[in-house]
Design a protein around this ligand. Structure first.
Ligand SMILES: Cc1cc2nc3c(=O)[nH]c(=O)nc-3n(C[C@H](O)[C@H](O)[C@H](O)COP(=O)(O)OP(=O)(O)OC[C@H]3O[C@@H](n4cnc5c(N)ncnc54)[C@H](O)[C@@H]3O)c2cc1C
Length: 348
């Protein structure tokens, strides 16, 4: 059985690795001139670590990731609101996105990877299974589900970078007026960071000004990080299905969500191993993946309402004191409650 995967991002490569493990012949078609990932850090949550384990690449991911994950949630003045219990890499792997992408890429033979191939229609593809992993602006989705609405602006913009360091800081998420920020230290001393703020689409903003009053190291990082990326945040309204004929939508093509739960790419990893588990039964893939991914989509949106979207001083004070009163494990439950997912049983 032959599968063609359209898109060589984290989702597409994970699908290729997973399908090959259960015996599919796979090709990956990527429109860019090279396979790669930009961006900053990613926390591979325990649910997605299980997916990497099943793919056989978790050990290499652990080798490249941060060995021990501890930290918590802060307010923008730098005070701790909640502490994450320290866990090791067996639970969460904090790593650079490019490293995660590289781990998946190295698990695939180069002869199945094709660059400079922009797929414009499923009709072009001769395969038993087509995996549409072509991202939030998926051409294949637009072709197959023409009535489904496309991505919409989610009301916030983000800047991300990787500072060379060396830094020795815990992992943290910071919540402030109309914004949030985060630090993900890598094992080699580099520091992945992001800041995001509510803003109209395409607003011309200087992040150094927006975050000037936030605790260090954010002002320093914004002033000194060599390359800073900006992304306006879009989300994909919920789809009625993740499948059409022999095509399975996967990753952001199926369920692009706001990043406030840090689970978007983790969902793509879950999609990939689930697709391999259903033995070509796409109805089962849809039944297993759509409720799960759309629950995360809704939870991420809700996290934004209690996070980045809180602006008034009164609401901020209430939220911060609620965080301080809660036991740490409850305060970070928003981040951990989706972690118990298990890889579905595989075909015999
Ligand atoms: C600011 C921000 C922070 C985030 N933080 C996190 C986080 O901490 N944790 C987490 O889990 N997730 C996070 N996410 C979400 C995560 O980035 C995405 O969910 C994930 O990268 C989606 O991967 P994908 O492979 O589905 O899509 P993409 O990464 O978009 O890959 C799609 C690929 O398809 C290719 N392509 C597109 N069209 C075609 C075509 N027609 N033909 C051939 N190839 C094509 C593209 O070139 C690209 O390589 C964040 C997202 C944002 C915006």
């Amino acid at each position: 059985m032959k599968a063609i995967v359209v898109g060589g991002g984290i989702g597409g490569l994970a699908a290729a690795v997973s399908l090959r493990r259960v015996g599919w012949e796979v090709q990956v078609l990527e429109r860019a001139a090279a396979f790669g990932e930009v961006g900053a850090g990613i926390g591979v949550m325990p649910n997605a670590v299980r997916a990497l384990e099943w793919m056989g690449v978790a050990d290499e991911a652990r080798r490249l990731g941060t060995p021990r994950v501890s930290g918590g949630i802060k307010s923008s003045d730098g005070r701790w609101l909640a502490h994450l219990p320290a866990v090791g890499q067996e639970k969460i792997i904090a790593m650079h996105r490019a490293d995660l992408h590289g781990v998946l890429l190295r698990a695939l033979p180069p002869e199945i990877l094709f660059n400079n191939v922009e797929v414009t229609s499923v009709e072009e593809l001769d395969a038993d299974l087509v995996v549409a992993a072509d991202g939030i602006n998926s051409r294949l989705r637009a072709e197959l589900l023409p009535d489904a609405p496309g991505p919409v602006y989610a009301g916030a913009t983000a800047w991300r970078g990787v500072a060379p360091g060396p830094f020795d800081l815990p992992i943290s998420q910071t919540l402030g007026p109309g914004g949030e920020a985060g630090l993900l230290p890598l094992g080699d001393g580099r520091l992945c960071w992001y800041v995001s703020t509510v803003a109209p689409a395409g607003a011309s903003l200087d992040p150094a000004q927006v975050f000037a009053d936030w605790h260090e190291p954010f002002p320093e990082l914004l002033a000194t990080t060599p390359e800073i990326l900006r992304h306006d945040i879009y989300e994909l309204p919920l789809l009625p299905t993740f499948i059409s004929g022999r095509v399975a939508l996967l990753g952001d093509a199926a369920h692009a969500m706001v990043p406030y739960m840090g689970q978007g790419a983790c969902m793509a990893l879950e999609d990939a191993v689930t697709l391999a588990s259903v033995d070509g039964d796409l109805v089962r893939y849809d039944a297993l993946r759509r409720p799960r991914a759309q629950t995360l989509w809704k939870a991420s949106k809700l996290a934004g309402k209690f996070g980045i979207e809180v602006r008034s001083p009164v609401a901020l004070a209430v939220r911060n004191s609620v965080y301080r009163m809660l036991p740490g494990s409850v305060a970070v439950r928003g981040m951990t409650r989706f972690s118990s997912w298990e890889v579905p049983a595989m075909p015999r």
